[in-house]
Design a protein around this ligand. Structure first.
Ligand code: NAP
Length: 246
């Protein structure tokens, strides 16, 4: 389905990014794995992808730094000649109630989750406009739609990602570029590991499907948005949350 395509995935060493990289590789795409600090983990993902018979490289880079994203995109372009799919997945949380939230907790989350996605969009858009095609998928979150106590910084960043997704979809639709967002609910990764079993049981009670999601659940939707099957879908926010928010 994605044979010969090139996909760049930020934050691809762990969690949802890793699942997306493996899924797109399994569909035949060549993969560019971005990572910031998880060097050992990214090598493991690289080896798994090599075994699938597609081409793969890893590029270190902090998405909050424009020059490092420029490098990521130019290395990818040089290696594969074309970037068909860009999955802006990397993100962090620094949760606490606003009474305790420090300015730096707000700034760091915005710098990575919002400015980081902007940096990626800024670098990939000219390439895709020139190619006259491309699929951009941004990772938002259901809390960017609903809000969540203890996540003023994170929910602001993820709501911002939705705004950027829709604005860019309007800007580049005529150039053959689709821009969509995926908004996961609670997915079992390192990010949600610290929430604790008791909290997770409470969360499950409010999810119609009565379970947390897996990274692969998100990866399946990203695969759809990366493929020709979604050619008439743009500017959308697709929730992958077991029905938690509706
Ligand atoms: P995770 O397991 O904590 O992994 C986060 C990834 O982001 C890591 O690979 C990390 O790279 C990378 N990263 C963080 N800061 C970075 C930076 N400045 N530059 C480059 N990479 C950076 O998180 P996850 O659960 O897979 O989440 C992936 C995305 O889905 C995030 O955007 C998150 O907000 C969103 N999301 C997750 C959930 C959930 O329940 N898990 C729900 C809604 C939305 P290194 O390890 O190399 O530092």
């Amino acid at each position: 389905m994605l044979k010969g395509k090139c996909a760049v995935i930020t934050g691809a060493a762990r969690g949802i990014g890793k699942a997306v990289a493996l899924k797109l590789a399994s569909l035949g795409a060549n993969i560019v794995l971005n990572y910031r600090s998880s060097e050992k983990e990214v090598k493991e993902v690289e080896n798994l992808i090599k075994d699938m018979g597609v081409d793969v490289i890893s590029v270190k880079g902090d998405i909050s730094k424009l020059d490092e994203v420029e490098n990521l995109v130019s290395v990818a372009k040089e290696k594969f000649g074309c970037i068909d799919i860009m999955v802006n997945n990397a993100g962090i949380t620094k949760d606490t109630l606003i009474l305790r939230m420090k300015e730096e907790d707000f700034d760091t989350v915005i710098d990575i989750n919002l400015k980081g996605v902007f940096n990626c969009l800024k670098c990939i858009t000219p390439i895709m406009v020139k190619q006259k095609h491309g699929k951009i998928i941004n990772l938002s979150s259901v809390v960017g739609i609903s809000g969540n106590a203890g996540q003023v910084n994170y929910s602001a960043s993820k709501a911002g990602v939705i705004g950027m997704t829709k604005s860019l979809a309007k800007e580049v639709g005529s150039r053959g570029i689709n821009v969509n967002a995926v908004a996961p609910g609670y997915i079992e990764t390192d990010m949600t590991e610290s929430l604790g079993d008791k909290y997770k049981e409470e969360v499950k009670k409010n999810i119609p499907l009565k379970k947390l999601g897996k990274p692969e659940d998100v990866a399946n939707v990203v695969a759809f948005l990366s493929s020709e099957a979604s050619d008439y879908v743009t500017g959308q926010v697709i929730q992958v949350d077991g029905g938690m928010l509706m």
